[in-house]
Design a protein around this ligand. Structure first.
Ligand code: ADP
Ligand code: MG
Length: 705
């Protein structure tokens, strides 16, 4: 993407306001007034055929009448006039449009939106919006929006799909003490989307942390690529994760919000930290814009009160960074800065007697100690101590330690004096909060960031011993013959081409052939109906297991065909599959769907009631490395069953992880053909004994005529 073009849009040196108004209260007036009040230093050109001047700026009938160059055009006219204005902007050489106007895809007029983008692209212009609030930037002294004021200055940038939320967040940056350089309203994302914004902000010198409010991504893969390549922390609050929420979001922005579970995984896979709610987005944005990632698991808590210490300990476990006791040398040193009845374990309790000196000395020592990966300092206001004095002690300790590559967060619980101390700390680059669990949550965000970042930047190692051409040949044959539903025999040919361990399966088209195949394979065998019209074979009485001899086989052959006819009279029957009988193993299921936002997505879970009733499954955007697959196996609640619960031998998780990874490669590489697929069940044996795929199913995509 051309960043220069987006520079014109996001850092404009001159702005035309198309639809500028002389009437107070109109958006077209507010935008011009906001440019004045933010002390915008570039040129401002109000466009209004009926006005001579607006707020001291000479007005022009059209952008084509403006004497100078125009970087960005803010568009606040009714939707139906926007295409023509876009045409004029193109002719004028405008670089980008900030389309505040609404009345597009959010009300069913996607056509109008597409028309505007098509015209803009003809002239090399980019389009932000439509249906947005505008853009705000402290470093450019530019409030090209109808939000009230520039946000509290800082190093974060917020990109919001909801305009109302952006306005609400704007003013609350002051009360919450979270500083932003930029707020960008992205609205319908007709052209500029989250991925573009991440790329641009990552290259922008005034941005330290990219904060996103997401209802639905338009191009999930592009976003993930942009996030993976970014060197700055990204945090996202995704709304619409509940079924009802998703419906609300869809009607709200006209974009399709995918399933919350897939979003969660996709963000983690791309190294994007997640926020649980609006408060959490603020708190975590603050910490991510002020502190480095937490690169290990050792969190040390120093407190002057047992109560907040326990609350913080609970929070540490809740947020995935459970506390460990500090090593002996750390304990011995910290003991020097507390009374006899204090505790140097973890949390380190300096007791209510702790003043500035103890805080400062223990903070300096602990922060510099190599065992400590992240530090949380808690303080409860007491009558004997002055919060500001303590805050200054903490700040000095951090300076004196000389450490800049590990994080610290602080919580002060108290009244106005504590409030002032919190504010002072934040202004001096130390994230500080009014509750202990929030300080712990903030540090855990830096831990999540370091962890997911490592995952996100590890490339997928493709299996080279696969035969994509063979797989595609099978697909072509199926397409020529019977359209979309592949039988188990056909599906297994694709699985085998990708090196997946399928149970030996052969198709018999007559009873005699069945007998011959079984002789060759050796009893006991399994027999199954093969028909593209019968996807659930057992439901049709189409599966017979553990057939021990020829007599049993002949009887089963007839029964299976009779059952199939009874189930579906006109079923297209290919024959009966003869299959080796696999020994019993732990049943698991692999599945794939083509997510509208992220494309091929892989699912894993334990078979039987675990998947059907408990829905104990986990998703990832495909492909996943064997390493990530191992994490998927550990993700589900039933994970202990694979690990070997209650005296059972552990299952061959390594082999299963490789199968999952190969499967994810298969659905990705054949993603243009495969709509959905599953392997149900896959039998997993003891460690070293591998896995066997006993049933496989692939449904091809509908082909457009
Ligand atoms: P479907 O899911 O279409 O009903 P499956 O092929 O999964 O049919 O077979 C149904 C069940 O039969 C499986 O869940 C499994 O328990 C058992 N089964 C199928 N194939 C084999 C096999 N080759 N070895 C052992 N058991 C099998
Ligand atoms: Mg099955």
């Amino acid at each position: 993407m051309d960043h220069k073009v987006l520079d014109g849009l996001l850092k404009p040196k001159s702005i035309a306001v198309i639809g500028a108004s002389t009437k107070e209260g109109k958006i077209g007036y507010t935008v011009v007034k906001n440019l004045v009040e933010s002390q915008y230093e570039g040129e401002v050109y109000p466009i209004n055929p009926k006005a001579d001047e607006i707020l001291g700026f000479k007005a022009y009938p059209s952008v084509l009448d403006v004497p100078g160059d125009i970087d960005a055009a803010v568009v606040v006219i009714p939707a139906k006039y926007v295409p023509q204005a876009t045409e004029e902007c193109g002719k004028k050489g405008v670089k980008g449009l900030i389309v505040i106007a609404s009345g597009f895809s959010e009300v069913g007029r996607k056509d109008l939106e597409e028309q505007v983008v098509a015209i803009a692209h003809q002239y090399g212009m980019r389009v932000l919006g439509p249906n947005i609030v505008g853009i705000l930037s402290n470093s450019d002294k530019c409030n090209a929006s109808f939000a009230p004021i520039l946000p509290l200055p800082g190093k974060a940038a917020l990109v919001s799909q909801s305009g109302a939320l952006l306005i609400a967040m704007d003013t609350s940056t002051y009360t919450r003490r979270v500083g932003f350089d930029k707020l960008v309203s992205i609205g319908n994302m007709s052209d500029v989307n989250f991925g573009d914004m991440v790329e641009w902000l990552n290259a922008n010198e005034n941005t330290a942390c990219i904060s996103l409010y997401v209802e639905g991504l338009k191009d999930g893969r592009h976003f993930m690529e942009a996030a993976r390549s970014a060197s700055k922390p990204i945090i996202a609050l995704k709304s619409g994760v509940s079924a009802h929420g998703a419906a609300a979001a869809a009607s709200h922005t006209g974009s399709l919000a995918g399933s919350g579970k897939i979003y969660e995984s996709a963000f983690e896979q791309a190294g994007v930290v997640q926020a649980s709610d609006l408060n959490n987005l603020f708190d975590r944005t603050q910490v991510l814009s002020l502190q480095p990632p937490m690169k290990g698991d050792n969190m040390l808590i120093i407190t002057n009160g047992g109560g907040v210490g326990v609350l913080a300990t609970d929070a540490a476990e809740r947020y995935g960074v459970p506390l460990r006791f500090a090593p002996e040398d750390v304990q011995a040193e910290l003991k020097k800065h507390m009374p006899e009845f204090g505790s140097a374990k973890n949390p380190v309790d300096l007791t209510g007697m702790a003043g500035r000196e103890w805080y400062q000395e223990s903070t300096r020592y602990a922060f510099a100690h190599p065992w400590v990966d992240g530090l949380v300092i808690l303080y409860c206001e007491t009558a004997m101590t002055d919060p500001m004095n303590i805050a200054q002690g903490i700040y000095e300790a951090v300076q004196e330690s000389g450490i800049t590559d590990k994080p610290i967060t602080v919580s002060f619980v108290g009244g106005e004096k504590s409030e002032a101390a919190i504010q002072w700390l934040v202004e001096n680059g130390i994230p500080a909060y009014d509750a202990p669990d929030i300080a712990v949550n903030a540090l855990s965000a830096l831990h999540e960031y370091a962890e997911s970042r490592e995952q996100a930047t590890t490339p997928f190692e493709r299996f080279d011993d696969v035969d994509e051409a063979a797989a595609r040949a099978v697909i072509a044959k199926v397409r020529a013959h019977h359209d979309r539903n592949m039988t188990e025999v056909e599906s297994k040919q694709i699985f085998a081409a990708y090196g997946l361990p399928v149970a030996n399966t052969k198709l018999a088209t007559s009873e005699e052939e069945a007998v011959a195949l079984a002789e060759e394979m050796g009893y006991p065998i399994v027999m199954k109906i093969m028909s593209p019209d019968i996807l659930h074979k057992s439901d049709a009485g189409g599966v017979k297991v553990n057939i021990k001899d020829e007599a049993g086989l002949r009887a089963a052959y007839r029964t299976i065909l009779e059952n199939a006819k009874a189930y579906k009279v006109d079923a297209d029957i290919h024959g009966v599959a003869i299959q080796e009988m696999a020994p019993w193993g732990t049943e698991v299921i692999l599945g794939s769907v083509n997510d509208p936002t992220f494309g091929p997505t892989v699912m894993f879970g334990l078979g039987g009631i675990f998947v059907e009733i408990l829905k104990d499954v986990t998703f990832r955007v495909a492909p996943v490395s064997a390493n990530q697959s191992m994490k998927m196996l550990a993700d589900i609640k039933g994970a202990p069953i694979l690990a070997g619960a209650r005296g059972e031998a552990p299952r061959d998780r390594e082999a299963l992880a490789e199968v999952l990874s190969r499967y994810s490669q298969m659905i990705t590489e054949l993603g243009d053909e495969i709509a959905e697929s599953d392997a149900n069940p896959v039998l997993v044996y003891e460690e070293g004994q591998g896995v066997t795929v006993v049933d496989a199913r692939i449904i091809l995509k509908k082909k457009e005529a």
